[in-house]
Ligand binder design. Sequence first.
Ligand SMILES: NC(=O)c1ccc[n+]([C@@H]2O[C@H](COP(=O)([O-])OP(=O)(O)OC[C@H]3O[C@@H](n4cnc5c(N)ncnc54)[C@H](O)[C@@H]3O)[C@@H](O)[C@H]2O)c1
Length: 355
Amino acid sequence: MKVNSIGYQVVIGSESIKALTAFLKKGKYSQYFILGDENTIQHCLPALISKCQVLSKAEVFEVESGEVSKGLSICSQLWQTMLDYKADKQALIINLGGGVICDLGGFIASVYKRGIDFVNIPTSLLAMTDASIGGKTGINLEGVKNVLGTITQPKGVFIIPEFLATLPERHIDNGLAEIYKIALISDKAFWNKLAVGKTKGIEELITRSVQLKNNIVKKDPGEKNIRKALNFGHTIGHAMESACFGRKEDLLHGEAIIIGMLCESFIAYKKKLISKDEMTEITQILRFTFTLNKVSSSEFQKVGEFLLNDKKNKNGKILFALPDGIGKCRTDVAVNENLIAQSLDFYNSIANAKA
Ligand SMILES: NC(=O)c1ccc[n+]([C@@H]2O[C@H](COP(=O)([O-])OP(=O)(O)OC[C@H]3O[C@@H](n4cnc5c(N)ncnc54)[C@H](O)[C@@H]3O)[C@@H](O)[C@H]2O)c1
């Protein structure tokens, strides 16, 4: 399956390796740099090289897995190493990993020598369905998520669902979160299918999510209007991630987004954008599918502080993308702090006590 994006293709499934090989041949790159973390280098790199032999001559950069690697010091080390390898403008970065690697490698490439090419080979469900497409690259600063970044499109995205065989279960749920999000804001029929478990398998889920995200990104790559819809669940979700950064057991991106989706659906209901029945339906489906842990009051307090610093705020107003019925979305809805606090209390009232 091929999906046309902004100047590149997303290839999903059995045709991916053939398409990647053809892309590399055509590109005449001076050097290949594969960026991964210890898990993707252990579980995915050998299979990739055995199927795409030309990559056996690539230099491999390994960073520690997780958000800790999305920081400036890792970027400096990677840029310095590329200089040591005399990487020129014709070098190619190949991001082999989850959303962290795609965001980090895309950022490294978009800035190095004012921009070199990169491709994404996503290995987590979240990266396959979301982070590898759309061109957002970025890193965190002092624990605040994605403050530094660029919008730079990859030259190709090659999705090999077999890589999910080694992905831990918790990270499968993490990726499912973004699939439920895109369905809820843009495709009622897909949402209904998810609700009754009538999807045919993981490749169908990936393909539909990629198509839906791509439809939105193509219309508005720079996030001036409709792309803001993708931020549903992310205003509170990102603040949650920042508030919980460094927790003993970190909150995963998708887990934070589920909290954000529930709080923001509550806000949409209070703003009369969705009915009580729709609100109940969303809550029931997300509760049934995902584990919801309570959030401590100190973390809630920090959420409030981070929200005031959100990238999407305008003139001191906290702006949200909210569902406008199921399958549609309204952007730039200003929400006051009192309603945000109510939504967090609502979340805790339906979440399980933390184990
Ligand atoms: N750019 C975007 O549009 C966008 C969209 C959504 C999320 N993101 C970003 O993505 C990041 C989260 O992505 P993620 O959830 O993929 O996290 P991740 O990259 O940390 O991957 C999750 C874990 O799974 C491991 N892993 C990945 N693939 C594996 C495989 N095939 N087998 C075994 N282990 C594997 C990784 O090593 C890591 O430990 C966040 O930083 C978030 O901000 C970006």
